[in-house]
Ligand binder design. Structure first.
Ligand SMILES: Cc1cc2nc3c(=O)[nH]c(=O)nc-3n(C[C@H](O)[C@H](O)[C@H](O)COP(=O)(O)OP(=O)(O)OC[C@H]3O[C@@H](n4cnc5c(N)ncnc54)[C@H](O)[C@@H]3O)c2cc1C
Ligand code: SF4
Length: 508
């Protein structure tokens, strides 16, 4: 009897376990563009367009490979609006009673599919280097789940940048060499851009009509939407940007949206690229002498380290992870996150490029938008929904541990050993933002002082019970305690006045 083989919008890989276990001769592949998936948060229009266009092209590819395939378009009058609805519809059309799929990357969808009155078989997602069970075994009995230890296991497992059982160059991690400030005359490449073809144009028109109200600019749309293009984008990155990836990994510059970052998370996360092929391409460039070790190690660490680690955390912690709020923060997300005016240049810059590209690099996400939300005590749920909506690479398995864990400390320190908070000095050191800002980054108090400065101390002061004993925060508390009382009072008063302005939704 026919079985239904479900392929989701972030599972566009020919190597997918569901396809490998299916029988071309009798099974039917099901792909569906459904309202429930496009609307559970107000996704950036560019993210929706990327996924729909890549789905349509992947479906055409599977058909050309001889697969029987039923595809539902968003505007299909029969469209039931949800993945489970589409499976039930196709089951009643074909008489199928069994569904085979690669496990989705989101608890919400796993639960929805488990509840179907069909025999649903979930297969492991072999596109990741570490299986969910591998991570569980690694985590078992450990007091702390630190990424660095997991990463070393992954280096041993994959053999990437290894000489026998030792790391090449003698060190596991070259981050100390990776915090440079770019010289004034540095020139940065841009990610490879692709002209929309007829399929993408049709999708863009549909997205414009249906999701034009969502935050984000749709055009010019330049993402790769099939595997051949994604591989070209990877090649371009390896030759043009990877050599300097490590050096300027944490830098931020006005108007430079990508610096030497790869901008490939979108392709990895929907399945157009696979993590091991990306890492092998980077390693080969290093072996050929085209890329220094600090860059290739830093890049590979992000992929087999952080990317695999956050997925492990997401599945280990279960569906409740996204509701955590360790610091009991409850402020509304300020309107500036949706593009309202702000005089804070770093935030204006990060939000504008998020609107225009559905992209911001890691330090902008962590130390600008994330840092501000954490210092201001914004409800982590709202922060999580914002990140999930506005970035083209945002899927819950990767977004939630990064946002709630690493950035907002909402999981109480599972992912981050201390909160990622800083005053303006860090942003000033790593960027040129402060030179163009209304606020004065050097000033600690007064109406023109950089708001990050007072908010930083306000955060430490209000969470003293939680962090005073954290060995990584001891220095900060000692500095605070050494300040004279009048100055401390002034800082707390300034921060409180700023937070009240935020509360009144005034421009800050
Ligand atoms: C608050 C917050 C939210 C984030 N949300 C997402 C998200 O929804 N989706 C997402 O893919 N990444 C997310 N990240 C991680 C990281 O910011 C992006 O992966 C990266 O900016 C993507 O751009 P890039 O391809 O140019 O990455 P590069 O800097 O060039 O890094 C190379 C690759 O490493 C991987 N990577 C790097 N850092 C991480 C990380 N912390 N976690 C997982 N993978 C990583 C990505 O696949 C990336 O493509 C988030 C980070 C923060 C702080
Ligand atoms: S002065 Fe403060 S608010 Fe302005 S750009 Fe620098 S860190 Fe951001």
């Amino acid at each position: 009897m026919t079985r239904l083989i479900l392929v989701l919008g972030d599972q566009l890989s020919e190597s997918l376990t569901a396809l490998a276990s299916a029988d071309k001769a009798r099974d039917l592949v099901i792909m569906a563009e459904v309202a429930a998936e496009t609307e559970y948060v107000a996704h950036h229009p560019r993210k929706i367009a990327l996924i729909l266009s890549a789905m349509r092209k992947f479906a055409a590819r599977l058909r050309a490979m001889g697969w029987g395939l039923a595809y539902t378009r968003l505007d299909d009058p029969e469209n039931t609006g949800s993945v489970s609805g589409e499976l039930l519809r196709r089951a009643s059309e074909t008489g199928a009673v069994e569904v085979l799929l690669t496990t989705p990357g989101e608890w919400r969808l796993i639960q929805e599919l488990q509840d179907l009155p069909l025999a649903v078989r979930f297969l492991p997602d072999a596109r990741f280097v570490s299986r969910r069970s591998d991570f569980r075994n690694w985590a078992k009995g450990r007091k702390q789940l630190r990424m660095e230890w997991f990463y070393r296991e992954m280096r041993r497992k994959t053999g990437l940048l290894m000489e026998g059982d030792r790391p090449v160059g003698g060190k596991w991690n070259y981050d100390m060499e990776n915090r440079k400030v770019p010289p004034k005359d540095a020139v940065f490449p841009v990610p490879m851009r692709f002209e929309p073809d007829a399929i993408t144009e049709e999708v863009l028109a549909c997205v414009e009509e249906r999701f034009g109200e969502h935050f984000g600019t749709l055009r010019p749309f330049w993402f790769a939407t099939d595997r051949v293009q994604a591989l070209a984008a990877l090649d371009h990155f390896v030759s043009k940007a990877l050599p300097w990836f490590g050096d300027y990994q944490d830098a931020m510059l006005t108007g430079e949206r990508f610096l030497n970052h790869a901008a490939i998370s979108v392709y990895l996360n929907i399945g157009l690229l696979e993590p091991m092929e990306v890492c092998r391409a980077a390693e080969a460039a290093w072996r050929a002498g085209r890329v220094p070790l600090n860059s290739v190690e830093g890049f590979i660490r992000q992929i087999i380290g952080w990317r695999e680690y956050v997925r492990g955390i997401y599945f280990l912690e279960g569906p409740g992870y996204t509701t955590r709020n360790f610091l009991e923060h409850d402020r509304e997300l300020p309107p500036l996150y949706w593009g309202a005016d702000t005089r804070m240049h770093c935030l204006a810059e990060a939000v504008a490029q998020t609107r225009d590209e559905a992209y911001a690099h890691h330090i902008q996400r962590l130390m600008v938008t994330g840092n501000f939300a954490l210092l201001a005590g914004v409800d982590p749920q709202q922060v999580h929904e914002w990140y999930l909506a506005v970035y083209a690479d945002a899927f819950e398995w990767v977004e939630a541990p990064n946002t709630l864990g690493m950035s907002q400390f909402a999981d109480g320190g599972l992912v981050a050993s201390k909160p990622y908070v800083s005053g303006g000095a860090y942003i000033n050191r790593m960027s040129d933002y402060c030179k163009r800002c209304f606020y004065d980054v050097q000033a600690k108090t007064g109406p023109n002082a950089c708001p990050f400065n007072a908010l930083y101390w306000h955060f430490l002061d209000r969470h003293r019970d939680r962090f005073a004993d954290n060995p990584r925060m001891g220095n900060a508390y000692r500095t605070w305690d050494r300040m004279d009382e009048t100055r401390r009072r002034q800082i707390i008063a300034d921060a409180s006045a700023f937070l009240e302005k935020l509360e009144r939704r005034e421009t800050v």
